[in-house]
Ligand binder design. Structure first.
Ligand code: SF4
Length: 630
C-alpha cells in the first residue's frame, strides 16, 4: 500500500510461549476504519477472541496500540491503549495512559504490539528498535513499580529507556492490577497488569530512535501552531497547569455530586481540607508533562508536616484524590497522598481499591461485617490505619484482602452479602461523580463498553447546565442540563463517538475533548495532514461509532444485554439526602430506550441491528450477531 504518514506501518507480534517475535504490516483498510489506538485494539480483540474464552488462557491476547498523531509534535499526542479480555469483568478490558512510552514505541517502529501465549518463567521484554529480547526477570519478581523501573534501567545501562510495568499485586493475581509507565502514569483499569503478569511478563522496556513523518509537513506545522495558540489562550490553561483535574473536587462538592462515604452523600463537610486548591498551595513543588504536551498538568508534592512528613511523590489527579478522601470519609490529605502512592507502587487501580475499602466501610457501618471477617480491622469511615492496612492486604492477597482482590462484585458474591451495595456496572467500579447529579454521565457509565466508567463518554457539556447548548447541538435543551433526563441518548452517543476518535488518534482527551479543540471537523483536517487519508467529519464520526459498535458486539458475544446496562439500585431508588443534587434519582428505562434508538440497537436486547452494522461496513459482525436472539 502507499505509505501513510503518521503510522509506522508495522505491528509487532510476540509469541511468548515460543519466544519469537515478527512484524506484520498495517493494512490501510484497518487504518481508515479504526484509525489507531483503542480502535485497532478493539477490532483485533473481536477478531482474535472466541466468545467465552478464559481471560487467563494463553490465547487471550494482550494488545498495546498507539495512534497516528503520536511521535509527532501534535500537542498532547502521547497516549496508548492496552486491551485484553478483562480478568476483573470478563468482558472487554481496556485502559489508556500517557507519558513517554507511546512515543518511544512509535520511534521503535510500531503502531501496535500483540502479545500471545505464555512464558514458562518470569521475563521482561526488551525492544530496541527492530531487536526483541526475552530477558530473565527472576531478580525483579515481587519488586514494586519504582524498584522495577530502576533495576531494568540499570541492567540495560540506559536511563532514557521507557518501561511499562506490572507491580507485585499483578504477580499475586489481584484482578484489578494495572500497567505503569514513567512510574505513575497508569493504565490502571480492568486488570491489564494482571493479564501481563499471568503471561509471565513483568515489564516491557523500549528504546526507539526512528522518526515519524507526516504527510503534509507545511500544513501540519500551521495546525500545531494554531492549536498551541488556542491552548495557551484558553481560560482553563492556568487552572489546569496549576491543579490538573484536582480543581474539580470543590466544584463537584458545590454541585452536590461528590461521592462521599460510598455514595451515601453528595457533599463532604471537609472538602476544603482535601481540595486541589489546598494541594497546590501547601504540598505542590513542581509540574511535569507528557510527551509533546504544552500543559504540564502533573504535579510533584512534598508532605511537610504531620505523620507523613517527608513523603513525596507525583499526582494525584481528581479520581485518585477523591477516591482516598470523600469516598472513604477521610479528611487527611496527606493520608490520601500516601494511599495513592502505595497503590501506584503496588500496581493496583485506585478507583477499584477505593471501592473495595468504601464498600467494606459501608457494610461495617451497617453491621453487615463483623471484626472476625475483616481480620480485626476497625473499618470506621476514614480510619487511617485500616485504610493503609487494607491496601497492603489486597495487594498481597492476605486475609480479608484476598476476598477483595477479585473486586467488590466478586467479594460480595463470595461473602453472600452486600451485592446491591457494590457501586459497579458490569463488574467495573464507578468513578468520582455521583450519577444522580449528572444524568448523562450516569447513562454513560451504564452503557460504557468496559463497564462503569466515565472515560468512554464524559459528556462534560452537562457541567455547563445550559439548555441553549443542548438545543443548538442536539435539538433538545435538556440534553445539556445535568439534572434532566431527556436527550441523554443523543448526548452520550455523540460523546462516545468523539472519545473513541480521540482514543484512536491518541492525544490527551483532557485537553482535546474537554477544551473542545479536536472536534470531528478538526480531526478530519488533522488526519489528512498527518496521514494523507481523506475523511470527512462525518466519516471521522463513523469511525468512532464503528469502534463503539464493535466493542458492544464483543460484549454481546460474552452475554451482555440490556439487563446489564443498569446502574446500581441506590441511584435508581434513593435520593441524595442533601446538597445541590438532592431530590432526584436516575430513570434508567427511558434513558436506555433513547440511547438504543440513537445507536440503532434493538431496544429489548441492546443488540446492534443488522442495518446499523452493515452501514458501518461490519459485515462479519452482522453475521455473528444473527446467532444471538434478535
Ligand atoms: S494535559 Fe496532563 S495528562 Fe494530558 S498530555 Fe498534558 S501532562 Fe499529560
Amino acid at each position: 500500500m502507499p505509505k501513510l504518514g503518521g503510522y509506522t506501518g508495522k505491528i509487532l507480534k510476540i509469541d511468548l510461549t515460543n519466544r519469537v517475535a515478527k512484524t506484520i504490516p498495517l493494512e490501510k483498510k484497518m487504518a481508515m476504519q479504526f484509525l489507531g489506538g483503542r480502535g485497532f485494539n478493539s477490532k483485533r480483540l473481536y477478531d482474535m477472541i472466541s466468545p467465552g474464552l478464559d481471560p487467563f488462557s494463553p490465547d487471550n491476547p494482550l494488545l498495546i496500540a498507539t495512534g497516528p498523531l503520536v511521535g509527532t509534535m501534535f500537542p498532547t499526542a502521547s497516549r496508548f491503549n492496552v486491551s485484553s479480555k478483562s480478568p476483573q469483568t470478563g468482558i472487554l478490558g481496556d485502559s489508556n495512559a500517557g507519558g513517554h512510552f507511546a512515543s518511544e514505541m512509535k520511534f521503535a517502529g510500531y503502531d501496535q504490539i500483540i502479545m500471545v501465549g505464555k512464558s514458562n518463567s518470569l521475563i521482561y521484554i526488551y525492544i530496541n528498535n527492530d531487536q526483541v529480547e526475552f530477558k530473565d526477570a527472576a531478580h525483579i519478581s515481587g519488586k514494586d513499580v519504582y524498584e522495577t523501573d530502576s533495576i531494568i534501567k540499570a541492567d540495560l545501562g540506559d536511563r532514557q529507556i521507557q518501561t511499562l510495568i506490572a507491580g507485585p499485586a499483578a504477580e499475586n493475581g489481584v484482578k484489578f492490577s494495572g500497567l505503569f509507565t514513567n512510574l505513575m502514569r497508569a493504565a490502571a483499569r480492568t486488570g491489564m497488569g494482571t493479564i501481563m503478569a499471568s503471561k509471565g511478563v513483568k515489564a516491557i522496556a523500549l528504546k526507539g530512535t526512528g522518526v515519524i513523518e507526516v504527510s503534509n509537513p507545511y500544513r501540519f506545522e500551521k495546525i500545531v501552531e494554531e492549536i498551541e495558540g488556542e491552548i495557551y489562550n484558553h481560560e482553563q490553561y492556568w487552572p489546569r497547569r496549576k491543579m490538573g483535574t484536582t480543581r474539580i473536587l470543590l466544584m463537584a462538592n458545590e454541585a452536590g455530586f461528590l461521592p462521599t462515604r460510598h455514595y451515601t452523600q453528595g457533599t463532604f463537610e471537609y472538602a476544603e481540607e482535601v481540595s486541589g486548591e489546598r494541594l497546590a498551595e501547601e504540598f505542590n513543588v513542581k509540574t511535569r508533562g507528557c510527551f509533546a504536551c504544552p500543559i504540564p498538568c502533573s504535579r510533584f508534592y512534598v508532605v511537610r508536616e504531620g505523620k507523613f512528613k517527608g513523603h513525596y511523590g507525583e499526582g494525584p489527579e481528581y479520581e485518585s484524590q477523591g477516591s482516598f478522601t470523600s469516598r472513604i470519609g477521610n479528611r487527611n490529605l496527606a493520608l490520601a497522598l500516601k494511599g495513592n502512592d502505595m497503590c501506584n507502587k503496588l500496581g493496583i487501580d485506585i478507583l477499584t481499591t477505593s471501592e473495595c475499602i468504601s464498600w467494606a466501610m459501608e457494610l461495617y457501618s451497617k453491621g453487615m461485617l463483623t471484626k472476625d471477617e475483616i481480620d480485626g480491622l476497625d473499618l470506621t469511615w476514614g480510619n487511617e490505619a485500616a485504610i493503609l492496612a487494607l491496601i497492603e492486604k489486597i495487594a498481597k492477597r492476605e486475609g480479608f484482602g484476598d476476598i477483595l482482590a477479585d473486586g467488590p462484585k466478586a467479594a460480595a458474591i463470595k461473602l453472600g452479602k452486600g451485592l446491591d451495595l457494590t457501586m459497579q456496572v458490569k463488574g467495573l467500579d464507578l468513578i468520582m461523580a455521583d450519577p444522580r447529579g449528572l444524568k448523562g454521565f450516569g447513562l454513560g457509565y451504564a452503557v460504557a463498553s468496559r463497564g462503569g466508567d466515565h472515560l468512554r463518554s464524559e459528556p462534560f457539556l452537562e457541567l455547563n447546565d445550559d439548555p441553549a447548548i443542548g438545543k443548538k447541538m442536539f435539538g433538545v435543551p435538556e440534553a445539556t442540563v445535568r439534572l434532566a433526563d431527556k436527550g441523554k441518548g443523543k448526548l452520550v452517543s455523540y460523546f462516545e463517538d468523539w472519545n473513541a476518535v480521540i482514543d484512536a488518534l491518541e492525544p490527551c482527551k483532557n485537553i482535546m475533548q474537554n477544551m473542545e479543540i479536536l472536534t470531528f471537523e478538526r480531526a478530519s483536517e488533522v488526519i489528512e495532514v498527518v496521514t494523507g487519508m481523506k475523511m470527512t467529519a462525518s466519516q471521522v464520526r463513523d469511525a468512532g461509532t464503528r469502534i463503539n459498535t464493535i466493542e458492544r458486539a464483543f460484549n454481546i458475544r460474552e452475554g451482555m444485554r440490556r439487563k446489564d446496562d443498569y446502574l446500581p439500585r441506590r441511584f435508581i431508588e434513593e435520593e441524595l439526602p442533601s446538597g445541590a443534587s438532592s431530590g432526584t434519582v436516575i430513570k434508567m428505562d427511558a434513558m436506555l430506550d433513547d440511547y438504543y434508538t440513537e445507536r440503532g440497537w434493538n431496544r429489548e436486547s441492546g443488540i446492534p441491528l443488522e442495518h446499523t452494522l452493515l452501514d458501518l461496513g461490519l459485515e462479519k459482525v452482522s453475521a455473528d450477531m444473527k446467532k444471538y436472539n434478535r
